[in-house]
Design a protein around this ligand. Sequence first.
Ligand code: URA
Length: 233
Amino acid sequence: MRINKYLSGCGIDSRRKCEQLVLDGRVRVNGKKVTELSTDVKDDDSVEVDGRYVGLSHRKVYVMLNKPKGCVCTVSDEKGRKTVLDYVKIKDRIFPVGRLDYDTEGLLLLTNDGELSNKLTHPKNMVKKVYSVRVEGEPTDAELKRLRGGVEYNGEKYGAAQVSVVGVDDGNARLEITVTEGKNHEIKNMIESLGRRVLFLKRTGLGGLKLGGLSRGEWRYLSARELDMLKSL
Ligand code: URA
């Protein structure tokens, strides 16, 4: 099995992140550092990441967290900031599926299932992400139309989005925006392209999963039904 697939299957991180671990020289197979992505691993090989042995776990774990603001979506942070794993204290080595910004709240999936993570984050699969967005001011009909048709910001194109106005508080609009691309800072950049700012951002849905009544910082395991739904996407 390819080294990145093996590591991802061990619940270390997504396949792409595991490739980086290899390139960074943090992986050893049978005691020897490997930096080639083409490295194959056999069942009886011993594999270490940062000096710790890893092994394929058979138990797959799927967790939904209501990520609060003020933590990063990584398994460890070089700047010592709080990570999402500070909220989910379980023995299994899980990693976040995709990213929410430091100051974004809401639905985050964590798992040790590299296959499902790849499936949910690969742009070609166009998995729906639903956001509740508070925007500075009230976007005009023309601005909403631009968002629905796709916008460009700093040379990056953002595809068509479903946008509805949920309400207005203190002169600032609350929008529900559904996107399928999953680009970095996607919602903020889409709103910036209108010359406006995002005041508050929360993800409420992912691939049919709904955040529901989970409080900030609270987590739960996915139900079998939710998992079947994600797998059938
Ligand atoms: N779009 C953003 O701008 N930030 C997020 O965290 C998620 C989507």
